[in-house]
Design a binder for this molecule. Structure first.
Ligand SMILES: [Mg+2]
Length: 178
């Protein structure tokens, strides 16, 4: 059975990706696309102090080592509405991250056509304060529930991000649900 968002190919021919937005920047709603049900789920409402500092979503037709689609942080000035598809996003890098021992990478991107953001070429261009804020969020967002289960690693460049995207796409192709 196929559902919306499952049939979208996440990798474009022009070195951009497609991204489905699940959580708008500044939201406390942990919304997740459930690929087997074919609808979005409100998994939980987070404490307000852990609102997402950046839009959050996934690349269709990918699987990361945690068994879910590959996660993406989409950098924009204003919150993006949930459920919207960014048809072309430029990959800037990746944040290495582990959740309960599983690799759960966060690909970092900007919409390819965004005059406020499209001068960024690399995650390092976003600056050390941005990186510190993102790292702090992912280190601590589960502190009131399951403290110590998340582990933030390093930021890495777009080349490494693309290798992870391709690996996660291959993993999905071996195990298709669409
Ligand atoms: Mg994940």
């Amino acid at each position: 059975m196929s559902y919306p968002f499952n049939n979208i190919s996440g990798i474009n021919d022009d070195q951009t990706i497609k991204v489905v937005v699940e959580i708008p920047k500044n939201s406390s709603h942990k919304i997740e696309w459930s690929r087997l049900d074919g609808y979005f789920v409100l998994d939980r409402v987070e404490p307000g102090i852990f609102n997402k500092p950046v839009n959050y979503g996934f690349i269709p037709q990918t699987l990361d080592e945690d068994g879910d689609e590959l996660d993406v942080l989409i950098v924009t000035d204003e919150p993006l509405p949930f459920g919207v598809v960014v048809p072309r996003a430029k990959v800037l890098g990746v944040l290495h991250f582990e959740d309960s021992g599983d690799n759960d990478h966060k690909i970092i991107c900007v919409p390819a056509d965004d005059r406020h953001q499209d001068h960024y070429q690399s995650v390092y261009d976003l600056g050390s304060k941005w990186q510190q804020q993102i790292a702090h969020h992912f280190e601590h967002y589960k502190d009131l529930k399951e403290k110590g289960t998340t582990k933030v690693g390093d930021f890495a460049d777009a080349k490494q991000a693309w290798q992870i995207i391709k690996d996660c796409h291959q993993r999905a192709l071996k195990n298709p649900w669409w």
